[in-house]
Write a protein that binds this ligand. Structure first.
Ligand code: HEC
Ligand code: HEC
Length: 320
């Protein structure tokens, strides 16, 4: 009997010891005790604590942030600088003006551009990338790369990406990922999700809710004439799913506590992206078919998967 108790006690001690070695917290504590960096999560910069930037540069960063947060005020249908976009704000899709972790932020933008992009088949700089979102996500027109406005957005994006070097990918950079599901995304099921979770804010017809000032939206539109066009990143199921999984519904979802299941995420993406929206001529996109993302909804394709599977998945057996 004594022997049994002894050996159980021995086992408990061993298990405790082993579990401690493998628990991430143990490493974390050890790491900080030794003065090493506890983790590599991205910490967005703040203008309140920033004592580095001053003068004209600081002025441009502040203006750039405002342009990204309140785009419609400057460039929407009643824009005071020009009228070139649809009434949405960049921030509708790049939360906290592109500074919220996991919410399509600009953590790694400055360090990665200029870079080659398959859609245009060229090396693109940040100006081109900003204008891409103007033309597609905001269904609008481009800004001259010499304009004070785009220069200010550039200064802001550079400031947001400070301390991040090329090919760094700190946790929280860009957007999180919605896990793939094993069946095609289903717009019929997605409609149910939309009506029960999204509609209170985004409206019965995806039209959003205009703000009382009539310049922008309290809740931006998800389809219809004032939404992103069919050449936008969000029109692909992957980017849409990755964005909403950790950020929608806006008042409740976070990266650590998403509200939508993976099924609901892909289904509602399929529903929203089968509703009518503005069309963009995409003749010149993806001239090199091998660069088309698997979820690009228009053929022709370099592989033999059906157009349906490209649009709705399942994507698991398409990645190699
Ligand atoms: C509580 C209100 C609320 C709910 C519920 C909600 N959203 Fe949103 N959504 C917002 C707001 C507000 C924004 C813009 C955020 C900003 O500008 O900071 C937004 C932005 C978006 C965007 C990007 C901008 C656009 O219009 O294209 C998408 C896509 C989106 N929501 C999808 C969804 C989906 C899908 C659901 C349901 C699963 C959902 N939202 C539920 C409030 C909501
Ligand atoms: C309707 C949603 C939406 C709006 C509005 C929008 N964007 Fe985007 N933007 C995206 C998505 C989605 C991506 C990533 C696309 C992809 O995965 O290919 C992106 C990517 C970018 C990138 C590249 C980020 C990187 O690190 O690769 C920049 C820069 C950018 N947007 C700037 C802007 C600016 C500036 C505005 C306003 C003028 C704007 N966006 C408006 C959805 C939007």
């Amino acid at each position: 009997m004594k022997l049994v108790i002894l050996s159980v006690a021995f086992l408990v001690v061993i298990i405790y010891f082993i579990s401690n070695i493998f628990s991430p917290e143990a490493h974390h504590q050890q790491g900080s005790k030794m003065g090493s960096k506890p983790d590599s999560s991205w910490i967005p910069p703040s203008l309140f604590t920033d004592r580095q930037t001053s003068g004209e540069e600081r002025k441009m960063i502040i203006y750039g942030e405002d342009l990204i947060a309140n785009t419609a005020y400057y460039f929407g249908p009643k824009g005071k600088v020009r009228q070139i976009s649809n009434g949405m704000n960049c921030q509708n899709c790049h939360l906290d003006a592109g500074r919220r972790p996991w919410a399509n932020n600009f953590a790694t933008t400055f360090s990665n551009y200029p870079k080659f992009r398959g859609r245009s088949g060229t090396i693109e700089d940040i100006y081109k990338r900003i204008n891409d979102c103007f033309q597609r996500s905001m269904n609008g027109q481009t800004l001259d790369s010499n304009s004070y406005e785009i220069q200010s957005m550039y200064a802001y994006i550079r400031w947001v990406g400070q301390g991040v070097t090329k090919n760094d990918s700190p946790a929280g950079a860009g957007t999180g990922k919605a896990a793939y599901i094993s069946r095609p995304a289903d717009p019929v099921k997605g409609k149910v999700v939309y009506e029960s979770i999204c509609q209170t804010c985004h409206g019965a017809n995806g039209e959003g809710l205009p703000a009382p000032n009539g310049v922008t939206y309290l809740y931006p539109p998800l389809w219809g004439p004032d939404s992103y066009n069919d050449g936008a990143g969000l029109y692909r199921l992957g980017p849409f799913a990755n964005y909403i999984k950790h950020n929608m519904p806006f008042d409740r979802a976070t990266h650590d506590n998403p509200v939508l299941t993976d099924e609901q995420t892909w289904d509602v993406a399929a529903f929203v992206n089968t509703q009518p929206r503005p069309h963009k001529d995409q003749e010149d996109d993806y001239k090199d078919l091998s660069k088309k993302p698997i979820d690009f909804p228009y053929g022709p394709y370099a592989d033999s998967f059906s157009a349906y599977q490209h649009k709705f998945g399942p994507y698991l057996n398409m990645i190699n």
